[in-house]
Write a protein that binds this ligand. Structure first.
Ligand SMILES: N[C@@H](CCC(=O)N[C@@H](CS)C(=O)NCC(=O)O)C(=O)O
Length: 344
């Protein structure tokens, strides 16, 4: 039973001390083929509710596409701009005009259907069970792990985790290392951009912006020491999937709107930039083009601009761009486009 009790103003994010603290997601069930499981894997039984701006939803959309689950898990896409009532449907730019399963115009109504006593935030991503008419899970880190293998019986042999080279997206041999990296990448980077952008005091901003850039320096160093092209070498893993949605939003949205502006990826982090361009453009069996196919820069920008006026009203908080780095002079590849260019 969800137990969250939160401030329901969708545009109020920081606590009284100026720090943003993300609350735990409330629905934490699993799709499982264990005998008697409440949520067994079935074709077209589950729907994934997202918008294309949200980085947590993006993770789940990447894995749905990467795993070839398009015909197995229905995708429902809301507008990327948050309304006073939270996420809503608009039908703009190919998004769903309303919830195709229930006719709802607000995401809130889905949560109320699942649990009329729910008092938490109406988050995306949301994994919905059409049979039990309830939310299975609204925590992206768990939804992606379900998608890795829970539906493999419906997929062609080559897309099943057991048949992937070197153990798939979360190989047993790398699990501890990936979990350790997930931990600091989440705290310092994935959530670090929010802790910086939503900070409402100078102290909170200063503290979080510093941690964020130390985290990015650490990723840069990790990639510089590795063999690439992925974070753990030759094969794509969960660590790449969890890092990508934040990095691809960094220069177009977080640098400006969230004031994460000590350095830019394209100018100041050559190894992260190369990793980003590779993963975005990769069309091999390793990624199946899932990263590019699920990245929509218009929705990303519009989604953050919508929370931007509040963030930008506090411009005095910003530290600002730390200056041109040497990498700037080296670039001749037209990287002033916000889209990662193919050539590195
Ligand atoms: N821990 C959650 C976080 C999800 C989350 O915060 N989603 C945001 C969009 S980026 C949301 O739906 N916010 C709605 C709100 O706060 O009212 C996850 O990883 O799934």
């Amino acid at each position: 039973m969800p137990a969250a009790t939160e401030d329901k103003d969708p545009k109020s994010f920081a606590d009284k001390d100026g720090h943003f603290r993300r609350k735990a997601s409330a629905f934490r069930d699993f799709v499982s083929s264990e005998p008697g499981a409440k949520f067994p894997p079935e074709k077209d039984r589950y729907a994934l509710y997202i918008n294309l701006g949200c980085p947590w939803a993006h993770r789940t959309n990447i894995v749905r596409s990467l795993k070839g689950l398009e015909d197995i898990i229905q995708l429902i896409v809301m507008d990327c701009e948050m309304s006073p009532e939270g996420w809503v449907y608009s039908g703009r730019e190919g998004t769903d005009p309303k919830d195709p399963l229930h006719g709802f115009t607000r995401h809130k109504d889905l949560y109320m259907l699942a649990d009329p006593n729910y008092t938490g935030r109406y988050l995306v991503p949301t994994l919905w069970d059409k049979k039990n008419e309830t939310i299975v899970n609204n925590e992206s880190s768990e939804i992606i792990r379900m998608f890795y293998s829970a539906f493999d019986e419906f997929l062609p042999e080559k897309l099943r985790e057991g048949n992937k080279p070197k153990g798939g997206l979360l190989p047993q041999s790398l699990k501890d290392e990936i979990d350790a990296m997930n931990d600091w990448v989440y705290n310092d980077i994935n959530n670090g951009v929010y802790k910086t952008g939503f900070a409402s005091t100078q102290e909170a901003y200063d503290q979080n912006v510093e941690t964020l850039f130390k985290g990015l320096d650490r990723v840069e160093d990790h990639l510089a020491k590795g063999t690439g092209p992925f974070l753990f070498g030759e094969h794509l893993t969960e660590a790449d999937i969890r890092l990508y949605p934040t990095i691809v939003r960094f220069d177009p949205a977080y640098y400006t709107i969230f004031r994460c502006n000590l350095k830019m990826i394209r100018h100041d982090y050559p190894h992260i930039d190369k990793w980003l361009r590779n993963i975005y453009w990769d069309g091999t069996e390793e990624t199946r083009g899932a990263f590019r196919a699920t990245t929509n820069f218009e929705h990303i920008k519009a989604g953050y601009v919508c929370v931007g006026p509040r963030a930008n009203a506090m411009v005095e908080l910003t530290i600002g761009f730390s200056g041109r780095s040497n990498a700037d002079e080296d670039r001749t590849n037209g990287s002033n486009s916000e889209y990662p260019t193919e050539d590195t």
